[in-house]
Write a new protein. Structure first.
Length: 242
């Protein structure tokens, strides 16, 4: 078995390892999330430059080790630097890659998850290069679509318990979606705008989400629902709001 392989990868983040090395978290098309060591600070600067910044999409050459894989080569596909240059895009983008980092297990083949993040970054970079775009709605859209891929699509069209389709003003991750006033379940209040925003974000492509008008309250409540679903189903605590 060859232990060196090539794959498209997106940089999720990195931290120092000892004095001289770095660990870079990569979401790859071939192996899912791969913990990767990059050896030698000098080499990192000279050989990889800005290619290992968050949001960068690279063609990576990796050597498979027992615990960590080692990055031996990287060519830029898209730097997505424009996302890092606009504060609102950066904030939204960091919230998205934080969720992908926490929610995806290591070394599992997840091509649809990779494509979702690549598509989100492409749309956000295009929006960041223009004017008057929303960055929060595509970020929430990507997060909801990640929950969908993980198998946790919230029930939003009718009460998750009794099926009634009006007065849906409560959300319960444990019950799997919205609730009517009469059904039991630990829940918090949401407005009808929030429920319809979540439905639209799940149904529409991310390219539409950059043009979407949504109220602040609906945006914030959507994030609370996503955070609750992650907590309940994926056992991870999201800390960054887009
Ligand atoms: Zn009900």
């Amino acid at each position: 078995m060859p232990r060196t392989y090539n794959t498209d990868a997106i940089v999720l983040g990195s931290h120092k390892l000892g004095e001289a090395d770095r660990v870079v978290s990569l979401l790859t098309a071939e192996r899912g999330k791969v913990p990767t060591v990059v050896k030698g600070v000098r080499k990192i600067k000279s050989r990889f430059g800005g290619r290992l910044e968050p949001f960068s999409r690279i063609q990576a050459q990796l050597y498979e080790g027992r615990n960590l894989h080692t990055l031996t080569g990287a060519d830029t596909i898209e730097t997505n630097a424009v996302i890092r240059d606009r504060p609102a895009a950066l904030k939204a983008g960091l919230a998205v890659i934080d969720m992908f980092s926490r929610a995806i297990p290591e070394l599992e083949h997840r091509p649809r998850t990779y494509n979702l993040l690549a598509n989100y970054l492409r749309e956000t970079a295009a929006a960041a290069a223009g004017d008057d775009h929303s960055f929060k709605t595509p970020a929430l859209g990507a997060q909801l679509k990640l929950l969908l891929l993980a198998g946790y699509l919230p029930h939003l069209a009718s009460c998750a318990v009794c099926g009634r389709d009006e007065d849906l003003r409560r959300f319960s991750a444990a019950t799997g979606g919205v609730l009517c006033p009469g059904c039991p379940g630990e829940a918090f209040s949401v407005t009808p705008e929030t429920v319809s925003l979540m439905r639209v974000l799940l149904e529409q492509p991310l390219s539409q989400a950059t043009q979407m008008e949504a109220g602040e309250k609906a945006v914030h409540e959507t994030w609370l629902c996503i955070r609750e679903l992650c907590r309940f189903y994926l056992g991870c605590e999201l800390r960054l709001e887009p």
